[in-house]
Design a protein around this ligand. Structure first.
Ligand code: SAM
Length: 295
């Protein structure tokens, strides 16, 4: 069952936290003059029009990106990301972002993970994308098809990532950002990441999860505590203890295997700032802990 469409949620507080963390890992990978490979197992459609009916229906981006972009004194690395988003304009003339004749866009625009990663790739870096939803896949295909560094598959991200391990380029990141349409997604995500990490133990792995009232996030943390990665396993959560009814998020979490050097301090500063700046259902906190310490 594929009922989730990210267009309703793009730019919300969870995207701010997840995409800032993604940006930090990409910045780190770009520091070395050696190619890297990123595998994005649940890609979505690539970028989003925040002026669309979909985005207006939930208004979630107003509590996330809109507040962050107007916030004062953002940590430096987050400010770099916000500057990038502010200039992200897929419909600007001469840009190759897959805009079709006759499409009607309002703006502002928000890049999803495929474009955040794409815009950080250098000539020899690679990006592998997986997306199962037929319409999201079709849109993404149109948007990335002219870029030879990007390989898009209409494939199950849980099965695909394990089958692809390890990639030919041995430095890199796996981002897994499921929609959790069904509760089995929690188990599938934990199992796929564990198996993929066993075959590519030096990579960074980042799993996103929502914090709801159902408690499945605790199961994920437990599974990840068994991953004895040499670079450790970090858990970062931006959440409030209020709200969460009717499947609405009261928080957002990330599990990161082998995070880069200083990632914990940087994400800590960013998370604390987002907790003060974004709007969650109640007063928010950012908490980080090592589930497995780095060796
Ligand atoms: N990563 C995107 C971003 O940050 O912009 C958002 C991804 S969205 C949360 C999850 C996506 O996963 C949806 O587009 C959904 O269609 C897709 N999806 C759901 N189940 C999948 C599966 N088993 N394999 C690959 N994609 C899947």
């Amino acid at each position: 069952m594929l009922s989730y469409l990210h267009g309703f949620h793009a730019g919300n507080f969870a995207d701010m936290h997840k995409h800032a963390a993604l940006w930090l890992v990409l910045e780190h990978l770009r520091k070395k003059n050696k190619p890297f490979c990123v595998i994005d197992t649940h890609a979505g459609s690539g970028w989003y029009d925040l002026g669309s009916e979909q985005a207006a229906k939930t208004g979630e981006w107003k509590d996330g990106y809109a507040r962050a972009k107007d916030g004062a004194n953002a940590p430096e690395m987050l400010q770099h990301f916000l500057n990038y988003v502010a200039t992200f304009d897929p419909v600007a003339k001469g840009r190759d972002y897959g805009v079709r004749e006759g499409d009607d866009y309002q703006g502002p625009f928000y890049p999803g993970s495929p474009f955040i990663i794409r815009d950080m790739l250098r000539d020899d870096d690679e990006l592998v994308l997986m997306e199962l939803h037929p319409r999201e896949h079709e849109m993404l295909h149109h948007r990335v098809k002219r870029d030879a560094r990007i390989h898009l598959h209409k494939r199950d991200g849980y099965e695909g990532v394990v089958a692809m391990m390890p990639p030919a380029i041995r430095r890199g990141l796996v981002l897994m950002d499921p929609s959790y349409d069904v509760k089995q997604d929690y188990q599938k995500a934990a199992k796929a990441i564990h198996e993929a990490w066993e075959k590519w133990p030096t990579a960074t792995f980042m799993l996103w999860y929502p914090i709801l009232l159902d408690g499945f996030d605790a199961d994920l943390r437990k599974s990840f505590s068994a991953i004895k990665a040499s670079g450790g396993v970090l858990c970062a959560e931006l959440a409030t203890d209020q709200g969460g009814a009717k499947g609405r998020m009261r928080g957002t979490g990330l599990l990161v295997i082998n995070p880069p050097w200083q990632f914990d301090q940087q994400l800590g500063d960013i998370g604390n700032w987002l907790a003060r700046t974004c709007k969650l259902p109640g007063p928010a906190n950012h908490q980080m802990r090592w589930l497995v310490p780095a060796a």
